[in-house]
Design a protein. Structure first.
Length: 531
């Protein structure tokens, strides 16, 4: 027997949640050929995994890397964490489809998150072909963003679709699924997804139900309206006849921290009624989004150009302040309330401002904090992202340990090393999976290694109905992550985010060794996965 790669002497944690066992793993090309103790046979290469756990490659069930793959197809910050598959097109954002004449609107809309995509495509299938041509180092599971469906039909306006536009959205969604999408996602706090009624979303779910589509929900508020928002997401799944994934489970804003357990109970209650509802969590008490999402939805009505007009209009600014400023001190948004020192500038065109919070920006500019923030969003033409500290550590632990949540980074793939770095992005781009392993499993002992790995592999694979990934099994795709349970840890921090983790010496994507000790081989090992 000749294998392409033999991994010897490791502890196999197979992703199912079953106890780890001492075993070797043999690969033949892009498949797992054999798993068992003391495998004997010729192999083109052997890796000695003594002291290491050998797991399926991690599946990042909630990622936004599709917004940056054109700049970073190697996806280094993800693969170095052990990630071999990313689920993208989340929170209502996806680079396609694009209607004729709407290219610039889509580029402006996505641009604030990190990068204006080239947008040389129109249909969803053309976009997927572009992705295949890029040759990413990770496998990609792409969803259709509801925001993209809206921009392609209704545009950026705050109004219901006409009957004709609704049919067009459904047709574009079905086209997307037929081209290789896995379902659709909403961002019900982001324009233009926020303008949809529940009925619009149920109709879209119905249109994809027969094709096995899944609904991923960034719900309509993770703060004061958390419970109502979960109710809506669950109803969309129930009435639309599709499984539901609740994105980045959290209770945002200190006044809402007490709602976490109730929200998790809503998920388990729905499951007890026979609905397939699950969630995902990132292991940090801070989130990240576009800074213009601090502004109320009416300011976004009509798209980015309209938003900028309103930011320049003193009367509109006063109305925003009246809507959002709480007690003269905190800023209330649909994603929770923040003190000015709890909002940090992540990325913008002026590198010297990255890492500063809005209280510091106000002092620097001699402006009231609300005006300093609006001046800034205006001068950056909304192309600025933020990190917001609005969650409790305790809730993050509770949500991570819940039996119905899996791990999703909610981040972009980036790369460290030489060259310019875009500001101070959320460290989850580099640290999510090793942080769960090193901090939540090893240090806090919230769950076993087997459960940690299951939440990153077998569980998301089952959610997606991936046929041959997420488990270590003979015949399955050769996606693997090898980590050292004694040393695995995240190194990225909020002040110093561009740092790769420790203790993950090998990552294999479709049989190709992408992380090879200190070396990173940014080869196009990944595939666009279709159902
Ligand atoms: Zn989201």
């Amino acid at each position: 027997m000749t294998w392409s790669l033999l991994i010897k002497n490791g502890t196999v944690v197979d992703g199912s949640g079953a106890p780890g066992t001492a075993a070797d793993v043999a690969l033949e090309g892009d498949r797992i050929a054999a798993i068992g103790p003391n495998l004997a046979g010729e192999s083109a290469r052997t890796i000695d995994a003594t002291g290491l756990m050998v797991a399926p490659g991690f599946i990042d069930i909630h990622s936004h890397s599709d917004l940056v793959y054109d700049k970073c197809p190697g996806a280094e910050s993800k693969v170095r964490q052990g990630v071999t598959t990313e689920v993208v097109g989340m929170c209502g954002f996806s680079p396609g489809p694009i209607a004729p004449g709407r290219t610039e609107a889509v580029r402006d809309w996505i641009g604030g998150i990190g990068n204006k995509p080239p947008a040389t495509w129109q249909t969803f299938g053309e976009y997927l072909d572009f992705l295949r041509g890029l040759g990413t180092s990770v496998n990609v599971v792409q969803f259709v963003g509801h925001g993209a469906l809206r921009l392609a039909t209704v545009g950026g306006e705050n109004r219901p679709p006409t009957a004709d536009e609704q049919r067009q959205m459904e047709r574009l969604l079905v086209e997307g699924l037929d081209a290789g999408a896995w379902g659709y996602s909403t961002g019900l706090v982001y324009a233009p997804s926020v303008y949809a009624s529940t009925e619009e979303l149920i109709a879209l779910a119905k249109s994809m139900a027969a094709r096995g589509g899944i609904y991923f929900s960034h719900v309509r508020g993770e703060a004061g309206t958390l419970e109502k928002a979960y109710e809506e997401a669950i109803r969309i799944g129930e009435q639309g006849g599709v499984p539901v994934q609740i994105a980045h489970v959290k209770a945002s804003g200190r006044e809402n921290w007490g709602k976490m357990e109730r929200a998790l109970r809503m998920i388990s209650d729905a499951r007890a009624r026979g609905l397939e509802v699950t969630g995902d969590v990132y292991p940090y008490p801070a989130g990240s989004t576009k800074m213009d999402n601090l502004l109320p939805p009416w300011m976004h009505d009509g798209g980015t150009a309209k938003l900028l007009e309103r930011l320049a209009d003193p009367a509109a600014r006063e109305r925003a302040i009246a809507d959002c400023l709480i007690g003269g001190e905190r800023w209330g948004s649909s994603s929770g309330s923040y003190g000015w020192d709890e909002v940090m500038i992540a990325t913008c065109s002026r590198p010297e401002l990255a890492g500063k919070n809005l209280a510091e920006l106000a002092r620097l500019t001699g402006r009231e904090p609300a005006h300093a923030m609006m001046d800034f969003v205006l001068s950056e033409r909304a192309g600025v992202s933020m990190v917001g500290f609005s969650q409790s550590e305790e809730n993050v632990a509770i949500a991570s340990a819940d039996p119905h949540t899996m791990i999703g980074s909610d981040s972009l793939s980036l790369h460290s090393g030489p060259g310019p770095h875009p500001g101070k992005p959320h460290p989850r781009s580099y640290g999510t999976f090793p942080r769960v392993l090193g901090v939540y499993c090893r240090e806090k002992r919230l769950f076993s290694w087997e459960t940690a790995v299951h939440k990153m592999t077998g569980m998301p694979a089952r959610k997606l109905r991936l046929k041959d990934r997420g488990l270590l099994k003979s015949g399955y795709a050769a996606d693997l992550a090898l980590f050292d349970p004694k040393t695995v840890r995240d190194e990225a921090t909020f002040p110093d985010p561009h740092r790769h983790p420790a203790g993950i010496p090998y990552v294999v994507v479709n049989g190709q060794v992408v992380v090879d000790g200190p070396r990173y081989n940014a080869v196009p090992a990944g595939r666009v996965l279709t159902r």
